[in-house]
Design a protein around this ligand. Structure first.
Ligand code: KIV
Ligand code: ZN
Length: 509
């Protein structure tokens, strides 16, 4: 355990909490299974008091995932703590993570409590959590803007009350690396019982310093870091898991630390989180961006060919980036597909395999070469999306051109009953979405729409992702792939609509 940095993943809590990222229970479980392969030490599965869906998600993950700690977040109040315990108690290694703000600005304006009241509430919360669970983490929200003397006192008292981990969040991404490192050193020096607890840090990226601050904290004695896949999270996001892990791995000479992360699962995790949240990864994103290992300049390419280390500080293989090689063709059979999927980490039961095989054959008819990305897209469409298809696409017809008003006719099946309508729009996509709205009679606002090519070549599959919001501002996402981007767009929109309907049915039940 010496020199180990504990990786606390909060993709499913702080990451999922950011606007537009919402995942359903099955999608959360899918991410959790991937985080298990990534071998994180702790996964924070959600904030159970936030909604029944969050509670169910955390409970399902606690019941299913083995081999890592499952944490749930609670404010420093009894009902939150009880709710976390009810969800995480099924885990082999449960953890209650409770927090309260400690900065003057938060205590005065948000909590309207005095420092003494905050101290008392924190101690009570930790004592109560410890009665239920042997692992209790306490977070001093907005620690980096808190009075240091108060911070030392509250950490000392919560450790006495039973906290086994104390977390130092830079909640608003305000800290600078040197300053944050000094805070960790000062906490170590001034909290008398600090050796009884693990010191954790949790950095946000508002000034683009979340990873730098986390690494400086590690150099200063923190042994747990909280982070998310692709750095998703509130506002500018959280510290990115892949960047921290690869910095520690690549610059062992500086940090002399190790993590138990299986780095070859970094790219699969990144892709899955991106797909399910519909958050596209910027091409130049460190470690997992599309261009992270692409060498464009001739001089670089020449260097790489002679000696890889001229321009590459880590290998694509070390982060699980497979070459975009041809994997299967039109004549490949079910067994070849099964074997390839297993190599990619997907072990499917017969029924799922049959569904994927059908889709694979359909695609192989349209597209000569099937790449890993194509298979990944099929698998995630077939095995992850479990929302009932209330409205199903029967057909669409588009009339468009540069001198005509784009019109769309769409026919949907609603409980097997065909419903058809037509609409005009600013383009064929707009017209189709409007035609769908006329059929469903739902008041929907399109808040985001993206199309991208999954693979190269003229016959590449296009992935469309949409975000819509209902009248209350709830956001729903939909994603679909096809060699026809208009079809992908219509199917993605329908998926988001079906999610909205599923959400409405849960709310009325
Ligand atoms: O950013 C923050 O302060 C948090 C805490 C709840 C840990 O997310
Ligand atoms: Zn946070």
């Amino acid at each position: 355990m010496e020199n180990k940095v504990i990786i606390f993943d909060t993709t499913l809590r702080d990451g999922e909490q950011c606007p537009g990222a919402s995942l359903n229970t099955y999608e959360k479980l899918e991410v959790a299974k991937q985080l298990e392969k990534l071998n994180v030490d702790i996964m924070e599965a959600g904030f159970p008091i936030a909604s029944p869906g969050d509670f169910e998600g955390v409970k399902l993950i606690a019941q299913t995932i083995k081999g890592c700690t499952i944490a749930g977040l609670a404010r420093a109040v009894k009902k939150d703590i009880e709710q976390v315990w009810e969800a995480v108690k099924y885990s082999e290694r449960p953890r209650i993570h409770t927090f309260i703000a400690t900065s003057s600005i938060h205590m005065q304006y948000k909590l309207q409590l005095s420092p003494e009241q905050v101290l008392e509430q924190a101690v009570e919360a930790v004592k109560y959590a410890r009665k239920l669970c042997s692992e209790v983490e306490f977070s001093a929200e907005d620690a980096s803007r808190s009075d240091k003397e108060f911070l030392y006192r509250i950490f000392e008292e919560v450790i006495k009350a039973g906290a086994t981990i104390i977390n130092v969040p830079d909640t608003v991404g305000y800290a600078q690396p040197e300053e944050f490192g000094r805070l960790i050193k000062d906490i170590r020096k001034n909290v008398p019982n600090i050796e009884k607890a693990v010191i954790s840090v949790h950095c946000h990226n508002d000034l683009g310093l979340a990873v730098a601050n986390s690494l400086e904290a590690i150099r200063s004695g923190a042994t747990q870091v909280e982070c998310t896949v692709n750095g998703i999270g509130e506002r500018a996001g959280n510290a990115s898991l892949e960047e921290i892990v690869m910095a520690l791995q690549t610059r062992k000479d500086i940090y002399n630390k190790w993590t138990q992360i299986n780095s070859t699962q970094i790219c699969p995790s990144s892709k899955l989180v991106s797909k399910l949240t519909s958050f596209v990864i910027q091409p130049n994103k460190a470690v997992v961006g599309k261009n992270a290992f692409a060498h464009e300049a001739g001089i670089h390419q020449a260097g790489i060919l002679k000696e890889r280390t001229t321009y590459e500080i880590m290998t694509p293989q070390s982060v699980g980036l497979e070459s975009n090689s041809l994997v299967l063709g039109k004549h490949s059979g079910r067994n070849a597909l099964k074997k390839r999927l297993e190599e990619m980490g997907h072990t499917l039961d017969q029924e799922k395999l049959n569904e994927v095989f059908e889709k694979f054959k359909e695609l192989a008819d349209k597209k000569k070469e099937i790449f890993i990305e194509d298979l990944e897209a099929i698998v995630s469409e077939e095995i992850i999306a479990k929302i009932p298809e209330t409205f199903k696409l029967e057909y669409f017809h588009l009339n468009t051109g540069n001198r005509t008003l784009p019109t769309a006719t769409v026919r949907l099946l609603f409980n097997n009953e065909p419903l058809e309508d037509a609409a005009c729009g600013d383009g064929p996509v707009d017209a189709s979405f409007k035609a769908i709205d006329r059929i469903t009679k739902l008041k929907i606002k399109l808040t985001d729409y993206n199309v991208r090519a999954l693979t190269g070549g003229k016959d590449a599959q296009g992935e469309a992702s949409v975000k819509i919001s209902d009248e209350k501002g709830n956001i729903f996402t939909g994603r679909s792939i096809s060699t026809d981007t208009l079809e992908a767009s219509i199917r993605a929109y329908l998926k988001a609509v079906n999610r909205l309907i599923f959400h409405l049915s849960l709310a009325t039940n």
